[in-house]
Ligand binder design. Structure first.
Ligand code: ATP
Length: 469
């Protein structure tokens, strides 16, 4: 049985060290979350897999890591100062503030809400009888635009520093470096620049665990193309991203592609599709694919006075601004989706129920656990030898666990999604023939629960075979 509520995941994440509430010992800070020892491994694996797939394994892509703080003109040029806003409504009874469109989504559906204009939000909240989630009254203010950018100050003396913004998307760092990358890398169209990094948005209604937070990580690609070819690239990217998610274990029945209606499009986009996932509370955006045209490059040309045109290497008279297809992944939402998909409750043949995180084995935070059967010193010594062998001969992330009964340790490893456990017992030492022959260990498979006796000298090959399959 998969996860039926978000609470199951939140509680497992806390219990096992995936994700903790932020600043917890001080009573927390609403909607901030910290990735614990296993969470950071899982998130790093997602990022590494993304980087490997989209940057290292493609000859048309390069990477970048740009600053979070940028010249404020960037955000004027990009349109974020003028139009990066959500419809804010106040409850006139209790003064709580909400994002009007999100309040309406439950009753009207995402598609219907997406096309509402600002002045339709308040009348709709009344017509649909959407009450304040806090005080349950229906007494809403007119909706007004609320800019989502976080402002801060640069400089040592308060008041004297220029106002600057924490970037609300990683994309602009790519556009302002377009010329640098082009000059140093001599790329030919089509080519893309990808980066992974933090973004900040002063969301009016964050929530649903790590789904909507004010600080989050994005994995974004700006793919530069010759304008007449952009539709073809748009379609290819749609399929590539769908395949990436399903290839890592997302059930195709639980994701869908939704095209934005014209009224819903961002100020920079002429075509956008989202990949949405069926979260426990309903469909939500996981990824967005936008045709940004030459909007950003032409705006930066205008505001910076720099020539950002591309010169056709086969015809120096042909200079133009490339168009941009943007595949934009939310890293935290992707991690949350993998957690939800992995969560499984299973009845064992003996009637016990086990919780097992069935992550794709390339994403599991720990690859292999080494478990000495008991705490006897000479057995632990032998298990340490096996552990060292794996550290020396593989790049696997390992866990050496001696605490609790072997059954409890298997259950813990299942709950954190470790694909393989290696048990070292008295057979390994040549002391108990019925446990197995000398110099062999047991490998236990997380999903099939199959246990196999393997010679220590064959361990490396066995493990390599497993990861190849
Ligand atoms: P939403 O409609 O949910 O606010 P968006 O359309 O504003 O999202 P984009 O600007 O397309 O989001 O950002 C790209 C990706 O970044 C999203 O698909 C999502 O995965 C992620 N993302 C955006 N906002 C947040 C947030 N507040 N918290 C976590 N992830 C986010």
């Amino acid at each position: 049985m998969p996860a039926t509520s978000l609470d199951q995941i939140v509680s497992l994440c806390k219990r096992r060290g995936f994700i903790f509430p932020g600043s917890e010992i001080y009573g927390g800070l609403a909607n901030t979350w910290d990735y614990g020892p296993l969470g950071v491994e899982l998130k790093n694996r997602v990022k590494q897999h993304w980087w490997n797939t989209f940057i290292h394994r493609r000859s048309d892509m390069v990477g970048l890591d740009s600053s979070i703080l940028m010249n404020p003109k960037v955000w004027e040029a990009s349109g974020h100062v003028g139009s990066f806003a959500d419809p804010l409504v106040d409850c006139k009874n209790c003064n709580e503030r909400y994002r009007g469109d999100k309040l309406l989504e439950d009753t009207m559906g995402v598609e219907a809400v997406a096309v509402l204009s600002l002045d339709q939000v308040q009348p709709m909240l009344a017509a649909e009888k959407v009450n304040c989630p806090k005080c349950e009254k229906n007494d809403w203010s007119e909706a007004k635009h609320f800019n989502l950018m976080f402002k801060t100050q640069q400089g040592v003396i308060e008041g004297e520093g220029a106002d600057i913004y924490m970037r609300p998307e990683t994309a602009q760092g790519i556009f302002v470096n377009f010329k640098n990358v082009l000059q140093t890398g001599r790329q030919r169209l089509p080519f893309g620049i990808g980066q992974i990094g933090k973004a900040f948005r002063n969301e009016i209604t964050p929530g649903n665990f790590t789904f909507r937070t004010r600080e989050f990580e994005q994995m974004e690609i700006e793919y530069f193309v010759e304008p007449s070819t952009k539709e073809e690239h748009f379609q290819t990217w749609k399929k590539t991203v769908w395949d990436w998610y399903t290839g890592l274990g997302i059930d195709p029945e639980k994701i869908r592609i939704r095209a934005h209606e014209d009224d819903e499009l961002s100020h920079y986009s002429s075509q956008t599709v989202d990949i949405e996932y069926q979260f426990p509370w309903g469909w939500g955006e996981l990824f967005g694919l936008a045709d940004r045209g030459d909007y950003d490059l032409s705006q930066h040309e205008k505001f910076s006075g720099q020539d950002l045109k591309y010169t056709d290497p086969d015809d120096a008279t042909n200079k133009f601004l490339p168009h941009v297809i943007e595949p934009s992944f939310g890293c935290d939402r992707t991690v949350l989706t993998f957690l939800l998909e992995a969560y499984t409750e299973e009845e064992l043949p003996n009637g016990d129920v086990r919780t097992v995180m069935k992550f794709d084995k390339r994403l599991s935070p720990i690859d292999i656990a080494i478990l000495p059967l008991s705490k006897k010193e000479h057995l632990i010594e032998k298990a340490k030898e096996v552990h060292q062998l794996l550290l020396d001969e593989t790049n696997l992330v390992t866990d050496f666990d001696v605490t609790g009964s072997i059954g409890k340790r298997y259950r813990r490893q299942d709950e954190i999604g470790t694909p393989l456990c290696i048990t070292v017992d008295f057979g390994t030492l040549g002391e108990e023939d019925d446990q197995g022959p000398k110099d062999t260990v047991t490998i236990r498979d997380r999903d099939t629960l199959e246990q196999k006796r393997v010679k220590i000298s064959d361990l490396r090959n066995e493990i390599a075979e497993y990861w190849k399959s």
